[in-house]
Ligand binder design. Sequence first.
Ligand code: KG4
Ligand code: ZN
Length: 361
Amino acid sequence: MTILGIETSCDDTCCAILKKGREFEVLANIISSQVMVHRPWQGVYPALAKREHEKNLVPVLKRALKEAGFLTEGKVNFSRKEIDEILSRNPELCKKTNNFLKRYKGPKIDALTVTEGPGLEPCLWTGMNFVKALSSAWKIPIIPTNHLKAHLFVNFLNNKISFPSLGLIVSGGHTQLILMKDKKDFRLLGETRDDAAGECFDKTARLLKLNYPGGPEIEKRAKLTKKTSLSLPRPMIYSQDYDFSFSGLKTAVLYEVKKRRLNKSFVNEMAKETQQAIIDVLIKKTIKAARDFKVKSIVLGGGVIANKEIQRQFKKRVPFPLVFPPSQLCADNALMTCLAAYYSNKRENWKKIKVNANLNI
Ligand code: KG4
Ligand code: ZN
């Protein structure tokens, strides 16, 4: 079975091709990052992200097909009228897609997949409409996928996971603990009540006048100092549930920043303390959930999990078998979308699907 996936839920335009024989084989995994486009705004600007996806989707698809050895010139019998209708709200993408479809044959794949949600609605629709157009032209079904599940399924690429397993997703939009009884049975145990951990990294970085995205910058600065004389709260660390709260942390940073001059040593110490406060809460709640539900493994995912200090402290302090994605697969990519699609395998007709920006687990 070969699946071609598209992911555009936020600010990365991604296309991957995954083949499953006896083992998984990654035929392509292309990520076109928009970081430099959004940097001047210190965050993702949805209208700009949508425009970038419209610009990048066809080139990214072509690169993936080429890498997989699937880019062959030839004729496809498709309805131009149908493509124009599907992409009527994306004129630039519509033109590019028609030109592409006129020039290249359909690849030998069994299914297409695309992120159904959660994510930024205009971005989700751009990817969804593009995949609908491919599905209409190539006559291949679509498996819509949940982006949150995909952040966990990426770990199934190289690992055999023992169930029940606990999933921890830590990204720019989510901080969630999920109980996975098996590959199909997911239950949300708890999540952030306000900001996600990634958002806290990004907002703190902005207060410290560091670049966007803030997570990698905070990690870098934290490494530059051995100790910190600052002390931030650990929000909800002792609450008897599996929820999180990170907005108070950012406010506490704001108060400190107002009192001080932003010199190098203060910024480094604040970076270290913010990172440590987030790590302490994540670890405490993860251990509590893992013990309460007697899980056999913990599976992690999301952009924040790329942080090496987070990984190091989890390995040291959490007494359960841990599974981390390779660093380049922590953040958004379409390979994880293909993996989620492989495990759900719920094929749909393109006419029946739509996005759900608030989709939960
Ligand atoms: O999973 P992701 O790429 O996108 C979402 O689905 O949200 O996560 C992006 C988030 C950003 O908030 C970014 O600052 C954070 O992941 N991030 C990190 C690191 N690398 C990315 N946070 C902490 N340390 C890192 N090394
Ligand atoms: Zn994500």
